[in-house]
Design a protein around this ligand. Structure first.
Ligand code: KG4
Ligand code: ZN
Length: 342
């Protein structure tokens, strides 16, 4: 099956062609960062309008780069939630119209299921079951992944997502958007000895997270200092150290609890180098295998949507329905197991 993937849930326009036999054939991403940067964050209406302009040429280009023609496609997978309503509607409208015109199946994909399954795009991919640390701009989840579509949430953030805390702290420090890569870059010049931030909720049992206190701690530290470049770098270092440490402590706990020998990191914050290093060390310490997508498949992309859509297509894909809906709020808990022929 040749699947065209479409991702428009937030500020990246993504397109990909995935071949269920031979793997990923092509993928492209157009980032809207420059459009939103002057506003210090994503402006939903600007995001939707730009997806409208960029999506069709991007789709044409991935199909031709895959060495295929439109008529070779067997299905279209588009992100149908969670995300920004206007942005999601662009991908859904284009995806379903295309499937209707080509008389092929279309399926709406859960964006976080896409992230969760992104490690499967790599040559070194885990067998099921495994533990997933899913960390993005909107979610911080520890998930027991029993099989495709069979997910049990073991822990989640009770307030801000970890990516959101990176973004807000970057803003406080006068760094740009998106905050994660900016904090990571600033932290390189940071002095590890100067500040120590708390590791929220690690002194209590359980696998839930809380990151709003860490952001507040950053705010109080900023207020108490005369700010200059070095101080911003030192705070960035202390914030990143604490955020990463907290994720690693809970992942260790979840591995012990589940007894799983395999774990993955996925989602935008999974691109963070310090996090990957410390998780790799955790894996080595516990004798567990650690898997991760390449950094460009941690952040938003359409390859993961094409992959997840390909799994859900048999039986679920439909192009005859002309109406469609998007789900800006949609829990991973509401997903159904994927029927596999095995
Ligand atoms: O998965 P993603 O691209 O979009 C969502 O589904 O939310 O994740 C975006 C989040 C943002 O909060 C961004 O600051 C964060 O991932 N991020 C990072 C890094 N790269 C992206 N956080 C820490 N370090 C990074 N290198
Ligand atoms: Zn995402």
């Amino acid at each position: 099956m040749l699947i065209l993937g479409i991702e428009t849930s937030c500020d990246d326009t993504g397109a990909a062609v995935f071949d269920s036999v031979h793997g990923l054939r092509s993928h492209k991403l157009y980032s809207q960062v420059e459009i939103h940067r002057p506003h210090g964050g994503v402006v939903p209406e600007l995001a939707a309008r730009d997806h409208i302009q960029k999506l069709l040429p991007l789709l044409e280009s991935v199909v031709s780069e895959a060495g295929a023609q439109r008529n070779d496609l067997d299905g279209v997978a588009y992100t149908s939630g969670p995300g920004l309503a206007g942005a999601l509607l662009v991908g859904a409208a284009v995806g379903r119209s295309l499937a209707y015109a080509l008389n092929i199946a279309a399926v709406g994909v859960h964006h976080m299921e896409g992230h969760l399954l992104a490690p499967m795009l790599e040559e070194q991919s885990p067998e099921f079951p495994f533990l997933a640390l899913l960390v993005s701009g909107g979610h911080t989840l520890l998930v027991d992944v029993k099989a495709p579509g069979r997910y049990r949430i073991l822990g989640e953030s009770l307030d801000d997502a970890v990516g959101e805390a990176f973004d807000k702290t970057a803003k406080l420090l006068g760094l740009g958007y998106p905050g994660g890569p900016e904090i990571a870059a600033a932290a390189k010049a940071g002095n590890p000895e100067r500040f120590r931030f708390p590791r929220p909720m690690t002194d209590r049992s359980g696998l839930d997270f809380s990151f709003s206190g860490l952001k507040t701690h950053a705010l109080e530290t900023v207020r108490a200092q005369a700010m200059d470049r070095q101080t911003a770098a030192d705070i960035a270092w202390a914030f990143q150290d604490a955020a990463v440490d907290t994720l690693v402590i809970k992942t260790r706990r979840a591995l012990k609890q589940t007894g799983y020998q395999r774990f993955v990191v996925a989602g935008g914050v999974g691109a963070n180098r310090l996090l990957r290093q410390r998780l790799a060390k955790l894996g080595a310490d516990l004798g567990c295998s650690f898997y991760y997508p390449r950094p460009e498949f941690c952040t938003d992309n359409a390859a993961m949507i094409a992959y997840a859509g390909g799994l859900r297509m048999p039986g679920a894909g439909d192009h005859k329905e002309t109406g469609f809906e998007v789900r800006p709020r949609w829990s991973l808990r509401d997903l159904t197991p994927i029927e596999t022929s095995a």
